[in-house]
Design a protein around this ligand. Structure first.
Ligand code: COA
Length: 391
């Protein structure tokens, strides 16, 4: 009699005393903003800003007191990065040469925050795709490279909006936030502390991008992703075994954003350019490619996976050239689109969400036992690998 009164959750946790727990990916979700900016639109607006700037400061430029600005080019952007367009939450102010930054109405404390709103949209899609109810989920991690505010945590707001019991917290490891989130979730599962964890990555990168900086104005786009990491014991029939996760960080100033609560107090004295994304793109390229390629090969070796047998790489989406080189070093030959799909062309760099978008959009065709790799890399430096196998 008493047995029937014991809840499914209690039975699950009592089974934890005896069984081991294997983390799997049960589902993913994706929110894509409706609006998108093409390279042509972006460069037209940037170059209008450049000519207005150069006209405004014509005298100082002529006397050598000030450097003129140089126009951007569609050809350069596509060739250097592989990006053709990017989705954004607010297109008009970004393209307005007098504004060149996203703008949104400040929301009241009783309204859902913007980050939470798009995070919830992605999370709902992941939950609905495997018929998960709020009571099935134990924890929510908001893993992203920027947080809309210091506290309360974005993750707790997402948790409340989804009516999930349990716990939630934010984590930021820049472009590697999502893979660090997946490993954290997997560790909760492995330890028996949770059976179902949502890793949500709302990346509103248009807010950290300096749209007036020629070297980087084309890089980023907005998006939100969600990954549902669960114990295999409760996973849906079709899922992805997580074979192994590995994280790495090495300090570098080559990608940096000095925005923080200590330097915004006196904006009149602050130099605002370094309170946005800044990078030494060439150094990043040169240093990160070998670091990530060797990390992937070492981890594959540890897991007894032959790199040439990897069916697909869902790599971080920052730069097509970097991905080409990393994939080549890992697979031993130049990867085609099927082996290393890109979403860079239409999404741009979406920070930590990039490899998850690639996985979400380009994984349903894989067959049982196919093995693949979700991999992120970026500021910190940071890098994360998640080897998965289709079940
Ligand atoms: N339009 C036209 N020309 C441009 C330009 C633009 N928007 N921006 C730069 N250029 C020019 C430069 O002036 C330079 O000209 P020069 O050779 O006459 O001096 C030339 O293009 C090369 O500039 P550089 O900045 O060295 O370009 P690059 O080939 O290194 O490509 C990146 C730039 C950013 C795309 C590339 O370095 C990169 O992707 N790095 C890694 C980025 C990354 O992954 N970051 C992680 C973020 S999470």
């Amino acid at each position: 009699m008493q047995c029937s009164l014991v809840s499914a959750a209690a039975r699950y946790y009592s089974s934890c005393m005896t069984t081991s727990h294997q983390p799997v990916i049960s589902a993913t979700g994706l929110f894509t903003p409706l609006e998108s900016i093409s390279n042509e639109e972006l460069v037209k607006s940037f170059n209008e800003y450049v000519s207005r700037y150069n006209a405004k400061f014509a005298d100082e430029i002529a006397s050598g007191e000030r450097e003129p600005l140089t126009p951007s080019s569609v050809e350069f952007i596509e060739k250097a990065s592989g990006i053709k367009s990017r989705h954004v939450l607010t297109k008009a102010p970004i393209l307005d040469p007098e504004i060149m930054s996203p703008r949104w109405e400040e929301r009241g404390n009783e309204e859902l925050s913007l980050m939470a709103e798009i995070g919830v949209a992605a999370a709902r899609q992941a939950m609905q795709s495997v018929q998960r109810k709020p009571e099935d989920i134990d924890a929510v991690l908001c893993a992203a490279s920027n947080m809309e505010r210091a506290y309360p945590a974005m993750a707790i707001e997402i948790q409340q909006a989804l009516k999930i019991d349990g716990f939630a917290f934010d984590m930021n490891v820049a472009c590697s936030s999502a893979t660090f989130g997946i490993q954290t979730a997997a560790d909760y599962i492995r330890a028996g502390n949770a059976k179902s964890v949502l890793v949500v990555s709302p990346e509103i990168t248009s807010g950290h991008l300096n749209w007036q900086d020629r070297d980087s104005h084309f890089i980023f786009g907005d998006v939100a992703t969600a990954v549902l990491v669960e114990d295999k014991a409760i996973a849906p029939d079709r899922h992805w075994d997580i074979l192994g996760t590995r994280l790495k960080t090495v300090f570098s100033n080559n990608i940096r954003n000095n925005f923080g609560f200590l330097n915004r107090a006196h904006p009149e004295t602050a130099d605002s350019a370094d309170k946005l994304f800044v990078q030494e793109g060439r150094k990043v390229f040169k240093e990160v490619v070998p670091m990530v390629a060797s990390m992937i090969l070492e981890e594959a070796d540890r897991l007894s996976i032959k790199p040439e047998n990897l069916r697909r790489l869902w790599l971080h989406q920052a730069n097509a050239g970097m991905n080409r080189l990393i994939a080549q070093r890992v697979l031993g030959h130049e990867a085609n689109d099927d082996e290393s799909p890109t979403v860079l062309d239409t999404y741009g760099n979406t920070s930590s969400a990039g490899s998850v978008i690639a996985f979400h959009k380009h994984s349903s065709d894989l067959e049982s036992d196919d093995t693949g790799l979700i991999c992120s890399f970026g500021a910190g430096y940071s890098a994360g690998t998640v080897f998965v196998r289709r079940v």
